[in-house]
Ligand binder design. Sequence first.
Ligand SMILES: *[C@@H]1O[C@H](CO)[C@@H](O)[C@H](O)[C@H]1NC(C)=O
Ligand SMILES: *[C@@H]1O[C@H](CO)[C@@H](O)[C@H](O)[C@H]1NC(C)=O
Length: 433
Amino acid sequence: MKLIIAGVLAALCIATSAFGTHEHDKVVCYWNATSFEREGPAKFQIDDIRPAFSLCTHIVYASARINAETQEVVSGNPHLDTGAGYAFYRLINQMKRIPDGPKVLISIGGNDDPYEETHKYLTLTETNEARAKFVNSIERLLNDYEFDGVDLAWQFPEVKVKKNRGAIGSFFHGVKNLFGYGKFKDTKEVEHRDGFTILVRDLKNRLRTRGKLLTLTVLPHVNSSVYYDVRSLIPNLDAVHLFAFDQKTPTRNPKEADYPAPIYGSFGRVADDNVDASVRYWLEHGAPGPKVVVGIPAFARTWKLTADSQISGVPPIDVDGPGLEGPHTQTPGLLSYTEVCTRLTESAVGRLRRVNDPSKKYGSYGYQAYNEQTGADGIWVGFEDPDTAGNKATYAKSKGLGGVAVYDLSLDDFRGICSGDKFPIVRGAKLKL
Ligand SMILES: *[C@@H]1O[C@H](CO)[C@@H](O)[C@H](O)[C@H]1NC(C)=O
Ligand SMILES: *[C@@H]1O[C@H](CO)[C@@H](O)[C@H](O)[C@H]1NC(C)=O
């Protein structure tokens, strides 16, 4: 009996030393390393990450890729990741070695694959041979670099767009280029789900012996009930980061803007398009609370307001595709938090009229209406701020979840331009855990 208790205690100690020190207050910070390639103030250099070390319990390096021919993990950006000049893989794992420094995981996958290659996420799950090649290649990566674990951001096919009740029809021109899998219908869903479960099991077995973590990033619009067998997966995962944001995007919903990442559903909205529905799905299917982590976008989604848009600004609102790109991030339909906050002040050029969220359920938005005099288009911006990020952390805490995961550090205000504090979104969330 004593032996059994001692054994159980030992097992518990091993389990808690890996992740348990942050059972409910994980602050997982994604770092899109390619943000180094932006110009001007949006350029995020490796030293910019240092102030995040006191805020983030985990840094997730995004992203490594999969080679579609060999099924092996490869660098997403060899120049930056492993190149002589930058060597981010090596540097980040040196920088983290400070007292209470963060754990650093390498994420594999994400949303940046060229269209022709997306099917590799499915084929890799189909055979023992492919799975073994992948797992072996990760083992080699971990021999070379001291990552504390691996995050799988598996790009399974996305669900079709469901429109809010009463929304006008949209034309899905260019669908093929915009969504990785285009009109593809997966006829082997069950095989892919089961194959992924085996992949996770085999990978975790390999990582466990090295004391490394394994996490899963559930990307937006991947239907968990199709691809994730929660009960079989969860014993082999240290955490699941639910990217329950981008519920509405200018690409998927070019004609109607709405809250991109609400905590709860509301009248007329698609019932499952919110944080709470995603969280409940995982909990109800057997995931323990501390393993479920709520994703928070640091970035805003934007749409173009025209003469045909309602002047009230209240969502859902008729729009015409993505809003104008930001001066520094240069991506239509997206603004960093810095690009948003600098447009919220009285005197700002292109000032946004700000609407807060006293309900704490849906998120903030801002807008600049179409200009009748000049005919200039307006913009509608659904964004996260330190308060709404805090609301998500409060939600996570009240449900006994594991914490929050912010995407990503380069799109938060890493220079402290908004309020003087660096990483205000991460900070706002952390304060409430
Ligand atoms: C990472 O940043 C680069 C540079 O701005 C961008 O092209 C890429 O789409 C970003 N990736 C993700 C997944 O956010
Ligand atoms: C997800 O898949 C299930 C079937 O497993 C289906 O009932 C549900 O409607 C799907 N959700 C979405 C958002 O398509």
